[in-house]
Design a protein around this ligand. Structure first.
Ligand SMILES: Cc1ncc(COP(=O)(O)O)c(C=O)c1O
Length: 396
């Protein structure tokens, strides 16, 4: 076969995603799309805020010479300066435009970071449940992930991270608010993580980096705030995007920011900018950079997501599910009523309900619900959730 063995293996390892899509398409064709409650995709359904359309309209109507030309690989200076000023407030640490690299989404940012940091065989510690693409991203750059558990409530398990650190560790990658658990790590645990990385770096005689994947930072509930990673540890890098908070995932725009006091910060930035170029991104999309320059701090109406979270959470609890109430993002990660969650996900499909098995996130025994859907869909699905649970427990 012409296809490289490595990509054949990647296709095989992600085949459950394909199977979910196929089953969803089959059910929708059979019963009609409105009869299928699809909670499988983290694709924001809220339209971008009005300000986005205003800014986009006015930028499109300008005709600036060179507006569509190549640019510095790190992005437009004006955009980086706007991001730096916003991030300085958000992180409570003063950063300037030179610490910002505009990227093709958070995914592009993470790939630049791992390309710039990993030598062959080096490891990235991730806490399960984790975003499934991390394994592929590390592998893209010759590294691999080392998966550690979180605690019962999906908060960081610092003892497990400490045990996992070894001579091959280069990066600890965290994601808060978390996809798929909705958990937000608190300030104390981030400070403890920072201390652990500082002492471990000293013991190992080389720098360990903390990478914080934060595309859901603004999507938090009940007044909860995501603590600053820069205040917790100086060898840290933030990766984020406008995909979730401004609902622009198709536009592929994000950025990374390096802590200004990171070791050898200039060299690190040089590596990150080159990575953006040689990974083939070259630079982040020009038009969108010009747009987001004027959208710093803008976010969709989080109250809409919070109302859905409340409705879904309460419905699941009433139906007898064990589920941690998410503090952020737009996912729920309930415990499967039976140990084999893949088989439980199939019985939800019999109810025309699509969710994703936890095995795909490194946490078998759970399943992920994405609630970027209308409240009506949540209400329609509730009796099916109750029936599927009852059936599964009767059979067990
Ligand atoms: C945790 C996490 N990180 C990164 C990404 C990638 O986001 P982007 O569209 O900005 O590349 C996603 C997308 O679902 C995500 O959930």
């Amino acid at each position: 076969m012409a296809l490289a063995l490595k990509i054949q293996d990647a296709i095989e390892r992600s085949s459950w995603i394909r199977k979910m899509f196929e089953e969803g398409a089959r059910l929708k064709a059979l019963h009609g799309p409105d009869k299928v409650c699809d909670f499988s995709l983290g694709n924001p359904d809220l339209e971008p805020p009005e300000k986005f359309h205003q800014v986009l309209g006015s930028i499109i109507s300008e005709s600036t010479p060179g507006a569509h030309a190549y640019m510095p690989n790190a992005g437009y200076e004006e955009t980086r300066a706007a991001v730096a000023s916003y991030v300085s407030r958000e992180q409570g640490v003063r950063v300037s435009s030179e610490h910002v690299v505009m990227t093709c989404g958070a995914a592009g940012a993470l790939n630049c970071i791992l390309k710039a940091l990993l030598d062959p065989g080096e490891e990235v510690i991730v806490s399960a449940p984790y975003f499934v693409e991390y394994g592929f991203y590390a592998d893209n750059h010759g590294g691999q992930i080392r998966v550690v558990p979180t605690r019962e409530d999906f908060t960081l398990n610092l003892a497990a991270i400490e045990r996992a650190i070894n001579s091959k560790t280069k990066v600890v990658l965290i994601n808060s608010p978390n996809n798929p658990s909705g958990q937000v790590y608190d300030r104390t645990s981030l400070e403890q993580l920072g201390d652990l990385l500082a002492t471990s770096s000293e013991k190992l005689g080389r720098t360990l980096y903390l990478v914080s994947d934060e595309p859901y930072r603004k999507i938090v509930y009940d007044g909860f705030e995501v603590p600053s990673i820069f205040e917790a540890y100086s060898n840290s890098i933030v990766a984020t995007s406008y995909s979730k908070d401004v609902s622009l995932p198709g536009e592929r725009l994000g950025y990374l920011v390096v802590h200004p006091e990171a070791d050898e910060v200039e060299g690190l930035l040089g590596g990150l900018i080159l990575a953006n170029r040689i990974l083939g991104f070259v630079n982040a999309p020009a038009l969108m950079q010009r747009v987001v320059t004027h959208l710093q701090g803008v976010c969709v109406n989080v109250e809409v997501y919070q109302a859905r979270r409340d409705l879904f959470y309460q419905g699941l609890v009433n139906a007898g599910y064990e589920v941690i109430k998410p503090r952020g993002a737009f996912y729920l990660f309930p415990k499967s009523p039976i140990a084999d969650e893949v088989s439980f996900v199939r019985s939800l499909q019999e109810e025309n309900i699509l969710v994703v098995p936890g095995s795909g996130f490194g946490s078998p025994g759970y399943f992920r619900i994405a609630f970027c859907v209308e409240e009506k869909t949540i209400e329609t699905a509730m009796p099916g959730f109750a029936r599927a649970r009852k059936r599964a427990l009767e059979k067990a």
